[in-house]
Structures are given as C-alpha cells and as structure tokens.
Design a protein around this ligand. Structure first.
Ligand SMILES: C[S@@+](CC[C@H](N)C(=O)[O-])C[C@H]1O[C@@H](n2cnc3c(N)ncnc32)[C@H](O)[C@@H]1O
Length: 259
C-alpha cells in the first residue's frame, strides 16, 4: 500500500460533536440520489464514536448507507476495528481516500484545522478527485461540544457553499464562529476580506434583531438571516433550516481572493 497522504495529528473527538454537520449532510440530495451510498468519514480521531453516529444519522434517510472511517494513524484504525458493524468499517488511509469505490460523501471535520493554510487547496483537490459524480465533500471545524461549527461543501468541480451552524441559546454574537472557521478562512478574518465583512454584518443584524429574542432565539436568527438576504448576501434555504441556527451561502460570498 502507498504511504497515506497527510500526517497524524491530535485525535480529539467526542460524542455528538458532529451532529450539526451530520444533520446538514442528511438534508442534502446527494445520498437520496446516488446508486452507491458510500460515505467516508476522514480522520475520525481517537475513537470510532462520530463515525458510528454518522452512520446512524444517515441511515434515517438512506437505510443502505455504508460508512468507512479512514484514519492515518494505524493505532487508531486498530482501536476502531472492534466497533466494526453492519454498515460501518474502518481502514487506514489519508486524503487519497483508498476505498475500492468512489464515495458519494466525504466528511472531513477538524482534520485540516491542524494543517497549514497553504496545504488546504491540495487536500481539497485530492479528496474531490475521489468523489462520485454529484458527490459532496464537507470540510470544516467545530467546537469541542459541537455548538459552534462551520464548513465548506465542495462537489467534484470545487467549493460550492459555506455554512455556519450555531447553538442559538445564549448566543452573544454570531462572530463567535471566528474561532471555528475552516482553515481556508480562519486566517482571513481581517478587514478587507469577505469573511470578515460577513461576520461583521451578521453581528450587526443579530443586534438589530435583539427585540425578537422575546419570541425565542430561533425567531431572532431567522430575522437575522432574512435581513442578510435582503442586504444582498447569497443566502440559501429557508426558515426550516434557519431555525436550526444555520446559515448557508454561496462559497463565492466568502472565498478569499485567488493569489
Ligand atoms: C481532531 S481529530 C478529529 C476527529 C473527528 N473527525 C472529530 O471531528 O471529532 C483529527 C484526526 O484526523 C486524523 N488525520 C489527520 N490528517 C489525516 C489525513 N490526511 N487522513 C486521515 N486522517 C487524518 C488525525 O490523525 C486525527 O486523528
């Protein structure tokens, strides 16, 4: 076997940490449409927990989903082997995704966070090169408990959308996500960059919508997102998803300039 592409990093993970990401993936059309519902969980970390959770959540929309957890750390692959079950296997590998078949979905959460920004484009290209036509790579970052998350979704042609997902209860400012941006954006949150403009506008609209908090934080978030759309931001979806504390936009709205 060729040497896996990438390197071993910290294996921090946790129960339910990736629920916001899994819920979003389950709502995408890709799994319902594909003839081969193979899903890769790249870099599952020190335990098999989030891979098993991914399988359970996706099985609700696609009963025959098969999830392969891929880790670059051989010890973590040996440790996870005991968790193998119907619809879930584990294997050694890296960004090259050494599965026999092409995946419909690749989830890579909290993996590129520990790489350099300059390594992101190459890792993205390698991973999307393995997707089925119409497939989806979800690459992002979240907090330890999964209450603050953001991710980029890419299809085989490149990045398509950027999503923020926040627990709204006790949310002070949406820009809390600044600490949990994907590697492609985290160093770009400075004046003059699009991601900085987005977070500043989100904070402003969240403050304007403060009186709606009496009806609940979800109502306040929905009003915030509606205001973002009215201001011209290319916002996706509708209230059903916004109520969950999500905001998805065209990637172009936040993409760093090509250098
Ligand atoms: C912080 S853990 C993330 C665990 C889990 N995905 C989560 O979000 O809770 C990152 C894991 O990614 C693994 N990793 C790093 N680069 C990798 C690569 N190129 N291919 C596969 N696994 C990788 C590391 O060994 C580590 O176990």
């Amino acid at each position: 076997m060729a040497k896996p592409v990438g390197r071993i990093t910290r294996g921090t993970t946790g129960t339910n940490r990736l629920r916001r990401i899994d819920r979003w993936i389950a709502a995408q059309p890709v799994l319902r449409r594909t003839d081969d519902p193979l899903v890769v969980d790249l870099g599952y970390g020190a335990s098999a927990t989030t891979t098993l959770e991914l399988r359970d959540r996706l099985a609700r929309v696609r009963a025959d989903v098969q999830v392969v957890g891929i880790e670059i750390d051989p010890q973590r692959v040996r440790d996870a082997a005991a968790a193998t079950r119907d619809g879930v296997t584990f294997q050694l590998g890296g960004f090259e995704i050494p599965t026999a078949r092409r995946p419909a979905v690749i989830r890579a959460l909290n993996v590129l966070r520990q790489y350099e920004e300059s390594e992101v484009a190459g890792a993205w290209t390698t991973m999307i090169g393995r997707l089925q036509p119409g497939g989806l790579l979800v690459e992002g970052t979240c907090s330890e408990l999964g209450r603050v998350a953001s991710w980029v979704a890419l299809d085989p042609a490149g990045p398509r959308t950027f999503t923020i997902s926040l627990r709204l209860t006790d949310l002070a400012e949406p820009s809390i996500v600044a600490e949990r941006l994907p590697k492609a954006l985290i160093h770009r949150n400075v004046p003059g960059e699009r991601i900085h403009a987005l977070l500043a506008e989100l904070d402003r609209q969240w403050a304007i919508a403060a009186p709606l908090a009496v009806y609940g934080a979800s109502q306040r978030w929905v009003a915030t997102v509606e205001a973002m759309r009215s201001a011209g931001w290319p916002v996706h979806d509708g209230r059903t998803r916004w109520r969950l504390g999500e905001l998805t936009l065209d990637w172009a709205a936040v993409a760093p300039p090509v250098e």
